[in-house]
Ligand binder design. Structure first.
Ligand SMILES: [Zn+2]
Length: 277
């Protein structure tokens, strides 16, 4: 697992085992905040170990950026912490969490010990958390999922973006227009780093261009799929719309971005064919 330090008190962990999913740790004089966890307990345990070594007070809050299993399943390892998320994240986990977890356990034996933890502190639009000399703004940024939030560490100018910022924007569980709006809101923040939900940390010089190309990508895929639908093309033809022709690289996440891209096209196709919604 990769561990990086993006500011004096801020560490980022990137999984080797599952699609480069990331988690962040912020140390403050009034306790530690963990932002997202990793899918496999053995990897999240490395975060627990770092906190044990570096802080007496332990983890005070775990923030879930959205309800997807790859980000929330390690939450149970932070026993005494209060769990913060969007209200919709709590509702989603309450409704589907146990069932999805038992299915996941059947497929992935390493998850045997995982327990579901529901967020206990939730919000709708914005929550500001002040700890020591840190101000964390939690903002609702729907689009990838309806319950997505980002965490802006104001003094350090670091944004923990969850899956709202990824090497390719992903709309299969969400909404394209909402995601575009959320990305525009992020572009207005003063930022030195963006921690993506999957993949490498974006540095200051890359942020503007990346957000711009993500917004353009969401516009382009819509137009490209619309052309196909209007020409009466069958679903198979979506394969001809390559990710690079929509302005995004095909390399990140070991090439998995191409599958995410294809899934985006298919969901748009289903929305656009006449007679279906
Ligand atoms: Zn994810």
């Amino acid at each position: 697992m990769l561990r990086e330090r993006v500011a004096d008190d801020i560490y980022i962990f990137t999984s080797d085992l599952y699609v480069k999913v990331t988690a962040g740790v912020i140390f403050t004089s009034q306790g530690v905040v963990v932002i997202d966890t990793l899918l496999f307990p053995q990897e999240t345990s490395e975060i627990v170990d770092l906190v044990r070594r570096k802080s007496k007070s332990g983890v005070r809050y775990v923030i879930n950026t959205h309800s997807h299993s790859d980000h929330v399943y390690g939450t149970y390892l932070f026993n005494g912490a209060e769990v913060i998320a969007h209200e919709l994240c709590r509702q989603t986990l309450q409704k589907c969490g146990e069932e999805e977890l038992s299915e996941a356990k059947e497929q992935i034996p390493e998850l045997a010990e995982v327990q579901l933890r529901l967020p206990s502190l939730t919000f709708n639009e914005e929550l500001i958390l002040r700890l020591g000399d840190k101000t964390l703004r939690l903002l609702h940024t729907p689009g990838t999922t309806p319950d997505s939030i980002v965490v802006y560490a104001r003094e350090d100018k670091v944004l923990f973006a969850g899956d709202t910022v990824m090497p390719v924007p992903y709309i299969v569980d969400g909404d394209r227009l909402e995601l575009m709006e959320s990305l525009r809101a992020i572009a207005k923040l003063s930022l030195d780093n963006i921690v993506q939900g999957h993949g490498g940390v974006l540095l200051r010089g890359e942020i503007k261009g990346t957000l711009k190309s993500s917004i353009a990508y969401l516009e382009t895929i819509y137009n490209r799929v619309k052309e196909k639908v209007e020409a009466g093309a069958p679903r198979d033809e979506l394969r001809r719309i390559g990710i690079e022709s929509c302005g995004k690289s095909r390399i990140p996440l070991d090439g998995l971005v191409q599958d995410l891209h294809q899934a985006n096209l298919e969901v748009l196709y289903d929305q656009l064919i006449p007679g279906e919604s």
